[in-house]
Ligand binder design. Structure first.
Ligand code: UGA
Length: 425
């Protein structure tokens, strides 16, 4: 099938490459010409496991990037994969969705035959029906009928770092559609993948995405609350959650207590869902608590640190791990950010190391010391805080001997040395 993907960010690029891998003819539309050139040369613009090889197998063959919308009329399906960043009030900013829908509509003006416009971006319930559909119909001059244009909402459930594998091995595929025909044709884009298919209305599909992310975030904050109680009682929360997670009604995933959740999705989506709830007159009591626990968690690292080393003024503190999680160079909403900000507020000197995320953190916090390896950060440090669960950190051992005092506090359970104290264990 010929597919157009609008937006060459993380979701758009991974989806476009994986659709090409499934055998489709894919046109990726991206306004940034530098990204277009890189993609056509087979160079991914993001760090994602397995993407490199897959992109070089398909770039300039059945995957072509361009900054023009002119390929859209030849495609059967166009997927919208543009960003929905949080606005200043916490609600999702839908301006990029609106302009993508307008451009798609204009491109479809002279299209003959049936076309499906599908939204993959995370959008509040009602967006596909009330924003995308009217804009596409208005600018294309088409009627919403079985002969012209169908609308689909197809949320993504891709974890950064594991996005290619999540795409190719999904737990489920959700297809919300305006009518039976649109959904029936659209689901063919996934033929070749084995997964339960969930067919829904457009709005239910939109709500499934927010609900999934909010539930996973809730599991994490729940584990952190239990972890904080365990810490006071001298109990290892990881032993507790092992016993809890084996109950199939609960499952073992997303029960790892620590410094809280970060990234470009959970904080943004929980906040958008809370905003949505308030808009319809429902106070999101549970989600308020989820966010409050998550906001407090990084400060617990500082409290533990102060208990161990006293006043932080002039102390050298090593931050090991800056990415919001392992296997990514993304530092957005990383729990290391509030920790570093607070350390600096208290007059500490920060020396930071991350295998991938130093340059993205440098854009957020430019004026701390960025180190080329863990030893450089740990050398003569008064204490060290571990903020990301990179597997290679489990090998750190002798490097800690270079510290002025061996105070090691873990915000993620990853070290194997015996001297570390955990945030909740
Ligand atoms: C998340 C979801 O897991 C994906 O299903 C979803 O598609 C994606 O958001 C999105 O909306 O696009 P992602 O943000 O890449 O994916 O990262 P996760 O692996 O879910 O981790 C999020 C945060 O939770 C990280 O900071 C991680 O360290 C933290 N976490 C995760 C915990 O603190 N404890 C856990 O047990 C698991």
């Amino acid at each position: 099938m010929r597919i157009s993907v609008v937006g060459g960010g993380y979701v758009g690029l991974v989806s476009a490459v994986c659709f090409a891998e499934l055998g489709h003819e894919v046109n990726l539309i991206e306004i940034d010409q530098m990204k277009v050139n890189a993609i056509n040369q087979g160079r991914p613009t993001i760090y994602e496991k397995g993407l490199d090889e897959m992109l070089s197998a398909h770039a300039d063959r059945n995957l072509v990037a361009s900054s023009s919308y002119e390929s859209i009329p030849d495609a059967k399906v166009t997927l919208i994969c543009v960003g929905t960043p949080p606005g200043s009030d916490g609600a999702a900013d839908l301006s990029m969705i609106g302009s993508a829908a307008k451009s798609i509509g204009m491109a479809l003006r002279d299209c003959v035959g049936y076309h499906i416009v599908a939204v993959k971006s995370t959008v509040p319930p009602g967006t596909t029906e009330k924003l995308v559909k009217p804009a596409v119909l208005k600018y294309s001059g088409k009627a919403d009928s079985s002969t012209d244009i169908g609308f689909v909402m197809n949320p993504e459930f891709l974890r950064e770092g594991l996005a290619v594998s999540d795409f190719m091995n999904p737990d489920r595929i959700v297809v919300g559609s305006s009518d039976q025909k649109a959904g029936d044709i659209f689901q063919e884009v996934y033929s070749g993948l084995e997964a339960p298919l969930v067919r829904t209305s457009l709005t239910a599909a939109e709500m499934i995405k927010y609900t999934s992310n909010a539930f996973l975030a809730t599991k994490i904050s729940f584990s952190n609350e239990i972890g904080n109680v365990c810490k006071r009682l001298g109990i290892d929360v990881y032993e507790v959650m092992k016993g809890v997670g084996l109950d199939h009604r609960i499952n073992p995933h997303f029960l790892n207590a620590g410094a809280g959740f970060g990234g470009s999705c959970f904080p943004k989506d929980v906040s958008a869902l809370m905003h949505l709830a308030r808009d319809v007159g429902e106070e999101p009591v549970l989600l308020n608590a989820v966010v409050e626990i998550n906001d407090r968690q990084p400060m617990r690292m500082i409290e533990l640190l102060e208990k161990r080393v006293g006043d932080l003024l002039g102390k050298r503190i090593a931050i090991i791990g800056l990415a919001f999680k392992n296997d990514t160079d993304d530092a957005r909403e990383s729990r290391a950010i509030p920790v570093i900000m607070e350390l600096r507020r208290r007059g500490a000197d920060v020396a930071a190391y991350d295998p991938q995320a130093c340059s993205s953190m440098r854009k957020i916090i430019p004026d701390i010391q960025y180190c080329a390896n863990p030893s450089e950060a740990l050398k003569m440090a008064d204490a060290c805080l571990v903020m990301t669960e990179w597997p290679q950190f489990s090998l750190l051992d002798k490097e800690f001997d270079m510290m002025r005092s061996k105070v090691i506090i873990e915000g993620r359970r990853i070290l194997s040395c015996n001297d570390a104290e955990g945030i909740c264990w």
